[in-house]
Design a protein around this ligand. Structure first.
Ligand SMILES: [Zn+2]
Length: 323
């Protein structure tokens, strides 16, 4: 895996990671440093954010995870209260996860939920008034809607979810949205639509979290993908969606794969191959359940220019979240 030559040698800002607990954190931090990752946006699913921040001053930007359970049940007062405490607790932005899959965890609730429900308005208006960006995950890959979410009467359709998201982006024009996972639109046929959003709404950026989703879809037409990345290079933030503590799948990967790269490193490597190389048909260095049954996911490198890589890996996130 070390036979790749990287075009970009500067610092890297990983603008989408998670932390659930502090086990193995020291090991991970050492690894990040070796990989050139000098700053990170961390979605914190735990209380000890201050302790972690103290370990490496200046490295972390924390996102407060707003409770999906409360949001989908319209228990809004508590959420707004949490938002108001964010600055004192060391948070820079908020994260909201309302992807269709929430219905699998909370089946007793109505499926007719929409993020545009007026009862949720205080969340967005408070974030906007307090000046917190929102890392927002609303929709999922086309592959999920074709399989696990096929019952659209329960889950809704991707088009509906994207339309609802657009209404919020338009309405809360002073709120900065970091739309997770390329705004759920890295599929080649969706790039023109995402481009329209970029042209119309200056308050949005996207991240490249989910290395397998990005690699799988953008590799399908490297020419179109490359043009898109170059055109909107100021609006796209590198992110891995990796977990900083020991992820549950680590054990399985070790058994199934002879090379000993960590799960973090595999995701990182997949994106570097995608963004920087001109290689063709490189196997994704970790399993992709969405393509496993029909041959797997292969990366076609986009060979992005160095200035675009600098925007993607560092400058854009630094401009938004830098200390
Ligand atoms: Zn994530």
């Amino acid at each position: 895996m070390s036979d790749f030559e990287w075009k970009y040698l500067g610092p890297i800002f990983d603008a989408h990671t998670h932390i659930w607990n502090t086990s193995f954190l020291d090991k991970t931090l050492e690894e990040l440093n070796q990989l050139g990752i000098k700053a990170q946006l961390v979605i914190a699913h735990l209380k000890e954010t201050r302790d972690i921040a103290d370990q490496l001053p200046g490295q972390f930007v924390f996102a407060k995870y707003l409770s999906t359970r409360d949001i989908v049940a319209f228990r809004i007062n508590g959420v707004v209260h949490e938002i108001k405490k964010m600055r004192d607790e060391g948070f820079t932005l908020a994260k909201m996860w309302v992807a269709p899959g929430w219905r699998n965890y909370m089946q007793n609730l109505t499926s007719a939920f929409s993020i545009t429900d007026p009862r949720l308005a205080p969340i967005f208006s408070t974030l906007e008034a307090e000046g917190y960006p929102l890392l927002f995950h609303v929709a999922d890959p086309d592959t999920y809607y074709a399989t696990t979410y096929a019952k659209s009467a329960i889950y809704g359709t991707k088009e509906e979810h994207l339309n609802q998201l657009e209404k919020l982006i338009e309405k809360y024009s002073d709120l900065t949205f970091q739309l997770a996972h390329f705004g759920a639109q890295p599929e080649i046929h969706r790039l023109p639509h995402l481009g329209k959003w970029f042209d119309q709404y200056p308050n949005i950026v996207v991240d490249t979290a989910s290395s397998r989703w990005m690699a799988r879809e953008l590799s399908k037409d490297p020419k179109k993908a490359r043009q898109f990345l170059i055109r909107y290079s100021k609006r796209i933030l590198f992110g891995t969606d990796a977990t900083l503590n020991k992820p549950p799948e680590e054990q399985n990967l070790k058994q199934s794969n002879a090379n000993q790269l960590s799960p973090y490193n595999r995701r990182f490597l997949a994106q570097r191959i995608l963004w920087e190389t001109k290689d063709r048909k490189v196997p994704l260095p970790f399993p992709d359940p969405d393509t496993e049954a029909h041959g797997g996911t292969f990366i076609n490198g986009l060979n992005l220019p160095k200035r675009v890589l600098a925007d993607l890996y560092w400058r854009n996130a630094q401009r938004l979240y830098g200390h």
